[in-house]
Design a protein around this ligand. Structure first.
Ligand code: ADP
Ligand code: MG
Length: 324
């Protein structure tokens, strides 16, 4: 087993942990036993069911986490149904009266309470609110990674709640990108190797993956750092590499959970400028969880959450949020 096999396992594990998902939750949603998922994460052959089948399961797990290269090999974007906001612009995300609770021991935590929202295609939206108010849970359910108890969620007009797990997983892999706070890049890999990793994990060809990774690094203005390792890059440059990794499959929507949480204010600004620029250039939709009011003020709209509810929005009266 070479070095890259180990880091693909780590990418799977880091991605799951960055999204606060337990092995049990991932097992439930993928239908792959937790023991096998752990085998994939640890690259532990003893817990895996044979090489070929392990490859199939790794791809399935990578797809579930949104780390897919299939968009490249198949070359197609999912069809988008017509779904429009009241002002005629297409809707990217719509949630209707969504509730979600967690059962922790004897305690039930109501993480989302009757949340409704609409996000237009190409919008730049901030989600703000105190720690524990449900921001990460909101991203996880809107992206279909986690289940809801009641309500409805539509992505580009597609009802997420009616899609089977396989369709939902495929949709996420083809159309969504994720950026996290301090999402660790693999230290033994160069910038370009980090960016192409999600494509390789899910089976894209080596040449295609490399070409695409270089293109995206160019887009985040890091082409000249492609062969540097993370330790040779500044914090802002590292987060730009992580953003390039999230963008490598040309997602229609990018979810970012505290993307500037570990950065100083100058570096945060550098990363935000990049998000704004990408939003402008690619008409991609960005939903960004942040604590930073400075970040919020740069967005088209701010969704304020408190105690599992949306308590206000600012910036786009056309898209007023109901269900408080
Ligand atoms: P935020 O991202 O705004 O800090 P979260 O969405 O992570 O908030 O959490 C919302 C609430 O749900 C918190 O009270 C948290 O403790 C709880 N919670 C989140 N994930 C789980 C889980 N897997 N099991 C039990 N409770 C959870
Ligand atoms: Mg959170």
């Amino acid at each position: 087993m070479d070095e890259k096999d180990h880091v693909t396992g780590r990418l799977l594990e880091d991605t799951r942990l960055a999204r606060d998902l337990s092995l049990e939750e991932a097992a439930r949603r993928t239908g792959i036993p937790a023991r096998v998922l752990e085998g994939l994460e640890k690259e532990d052959a003893a817990r895996l069911p044979g090489l070929v089948y392990a490859r199939v399961l790794r791809k399935k797990y990578a797809d579930y986490l949104g780390l897919d290269g299939r968009a490249l090999s198949e070359g197609g974007r999912p069809r988008e149904r017509q779904a429009h906001s009241s002002n005629g612009r297409p809707l990217m995300v719509e949630a209707r009266e969504v509730s979600k609770s967690y059962q922790a021991e004897a305690l039930t935590v109501h993480a989302l309470k009757d949340v409704s929202l609409r996000i237009e295609k190409g919008a730049l939206v901030a989600v703000m609110g105190p720690s524990g108010c449900g921001k990460t849970t909101l991203l996880n359910v809107l992206s279909g990674l986690d289940e809801i108890d009641v309500g409805e969620i539509f992505i580009a007009g597609e009802p997420l709640h009616f899609m089977g797990d396989a369709d939902r997983t495929g949709y996420r892999a083809r159309s969504m990108g994720f950026v996290f706070q301090g999402f660790n890049l693999m230290p033994v890999l160069s910038a370009v190797e980090n960016v192409e990793l999600p494509l390789l994990v899910s089976g894209a060809g080596v040449k295609v993956a490399r070409g695409r990774a270089l293109e995206v690094l160019e887009q985040v203005s890091l082409a000249d750092r492609a062969h540097h390792r993370p330790s040779q890059l500044s914090g802002g440059q590292q987060q730009r590499v992580a953003i390039a990794r999230a963008l490598v499959n040309e997602p229609a929507i990018v979810w970012a959970d505290e993307p500037t949480g570990n950065l100083d204010s100058d570096t945060s600004k550098e990363v935000l400028d990049l998000l704004l620029q990408l939003n402008e250039e690619n008409d991609q939709t960005f939903v960004v969880v942040t604590h930073d009011p400075g970040v919020g003020s740069l967005m088209d709209r701010v969704i304020q959450m408190r105690d599992g509810r949306i308590v206000g929005t600012a910036g786009d009266p056309e898209e007023a949020v109901s269900g408080t």
